[in-house]
Design a protein. Sequence first.
Length: 204
Amino acid sequence: MIQKYSSQLLENAVNAFASLPGIGRKSALRMALHILRQGPANANKFISAISEMSENIQYCEECHNISDKPICEICSDPKRDKSTICVVESIKEVMLIENTAQYYGTYHVLGGVISPMNGISPNDLEISSLIERVEQGNIKEVILALSPNMEGDTTCFYIYRKLAHLPVNITTIARGVAIGDDLEYADEITLGRSITNRIKYNNK
């Protein structure tokens, strides 16, 4: 049974927090009460930060990672290896791989994986823009860093077929991540080793 509160305003706040993934109503209530105790000034800072992010955040024109500018800090960093592209499913994987401090190339965020069951086709993803980046030249390696499950493997194979005619080395992360697991749940040490010990992609 959904708990009722003495204040409709509090209930509205709890409902808002509870709409976030992984947040139950008890946790949502604690968050709402914490914000309330902080007073209007801190509450407004919190609201302003969320609102500014929602309204002003951009997506990199090259790799589709989140950014404050048209080109993200990774793509614009002269120290990064621009000849290597690591293909990932989402922004979360970029953050995970960056935390390993084992990769110094650039990224390409697909925005998902091919999943006919969920109605996601190659046209729904940033695959064509990846092909264009490689076709422009100067790319020596494409690392397929997708989760080792059916959808991830299907997407890897599709991308491989699209890039097979180009003079680029296609690799995949080593299977330090268990088959069937999502990449986002891998610890940093395992993920770092998987990136470092990547192997040539085998489409068989």
